[in-house]
Design a binder for this molecule. Sequence first.
Ligand SMILES: NC(=O)c1ccc[n+]([C@@H]2O[C@H](COP(=O)([O-])OP(=O)(O)OC[C@H]3O[C@@H](n4cnc5c(N)ncnc54)[C@H](O)[C@@H]3O)[C@@H](O)[C@H]2O)c1
Length: 457
Amino acid sequence: MSQSTRRTFIKSAACAVAAPTIVPRSVFGANAPSNRINVGFIGLGNQSKVDLPAFLENDDVQVLAVCDVNTGSIGYRVPEDFLGREPGKQSVEAYYADKSHSGSYKGCAAYTDFREVLGRDDIDAVVIITPDHWHATMTIAAARAGKDIYCEKPLSLTVEDGKAMVKAVREHKRILQTGSQHRSNDNMRRGCELVRNGRIGDLERITAYIAENNFTGPGTSWMPMPVPKGFDYAMWLGPAPKAPYHEDRCLYKFRFIEEYSGGQTTNFGAHSLDLAQLGHGSELTGPLEFTDAGSEWPESGSLFTTATRVAFHARYADGVELICETRPPGFGARFEGSEGWVQVDSSGVHASPKSLLTSVIGPDEFHLPVAVPGKPVTRYDRVSPQHVRNFLDAVKSRQDPIEPVEVGHRTATICHLGNIAMKLKRKIKWDPESEQIIGDDEAAGMLKRPKREPWEI
Ligand SMILES: NC(=O)c1ccc[n+]([C@@H]2O[C@H](COP(=O)([O-])OP(=O)(O)OC[C@H]3O[C@@H](n4cnc5c(N)ncnc54)[C@H](O)[C@@H]3O)[C@@H](O)[C@H]2O)c1
């Protein structure tokens, strides 16, 4: 959402304060209440600027609740963005007010504790956009509460978290979409289909691109800071170890601290390695070995602790080499084969020979699913709405969405194993069947992290 749109939202929300708490039927068009998906948002920070409008634009969605431990503040990825629980609620109410005849709407509840969202019988699905260290606890609790789940990428903080998420989602028969939205981009699908249908000959090597760190942090000289008013820091930390507050620990920048995230390895790997798996056709398995290839890490004692340069190599059972590196263009995957190459990135599909770009995939060849059949999308800003629509259709059909829990878990697993190999600076052997590290107890111990009470899974 642009700054000006958000300002319009907040302005019109302010006029709506005195309105009664009713849902005008006109807001939801032809969609009868029984056909409507009631949604709660958990985490109203940076990525909610993309995900919230992507849900709101659907006439068969009603956002009933938002939840954030931050009442509202600046200090997110775009420093002047004012985000959190209250701005989130205002955005939702302003959106519905804009669509209503009366021009007013009040009916979005705001919570600090996500368990209150999960406790509401009238909420069908939750959107989890919190830092990665919360994904497993919240997803599992949501599955137990009978909610369908759109969980942002990377799906997990650790491999064991991911396994537990798969188990809970399947046990409770929930729909889960992993928020790796580029899977729903038709350019990515097209590029991966070319590879899957042998247009570049035998696949030999895949390169997954990772972006450089976009913040450097305070280095080793950081000092604890007072917790800002309106920010529930204990609930932000949740399952993570106790740690003194610092502004660079929390909003957006958590992704550079190992307790909460896997750095750019998981942040961009959840997109680029996801495409690597899609083009390779190994979405429910993974490589057998992982080796550091010159990764770099911050100085000991720094607040930021994740890799400053990502570089690892892996190898699949069929001999295909996987290279994952901090390297331009920073997002996407390149597939090299015996007869050419294909690259998918934010600028589209590229190939050599160029004739591949117009090569038609015949009806009897292999086809990957289209996120929204009959409505392919390649515009970058329409990819998330497409991915969300795919989720909503899955909620209704009870068929898996384009990136179900197992696939998101396997992509995250590659990121985590890459991090372990880079951290230990030695080769890690992985059995994708049993999902165990072979012959290395120290590395195996890194597949799991303790969670603080009462957030164990
Ligand atoms: N799909 C994408 O392209 C994409 C892009 C950016 C971020 N993401 C993912 O979205 C997630 C959030 O990232 P972000 O950049 O929005 O971070 P952020 O810090 O900007 O926002 C996270 C929000 O969650 C809130 N929060 C933390 N703990 C909470 C809790 N216990 N209950 C309720 N709210 C809580 C924070 O206060 C914050 O407002 C991450 O997993 C990230 O990887 C995905």
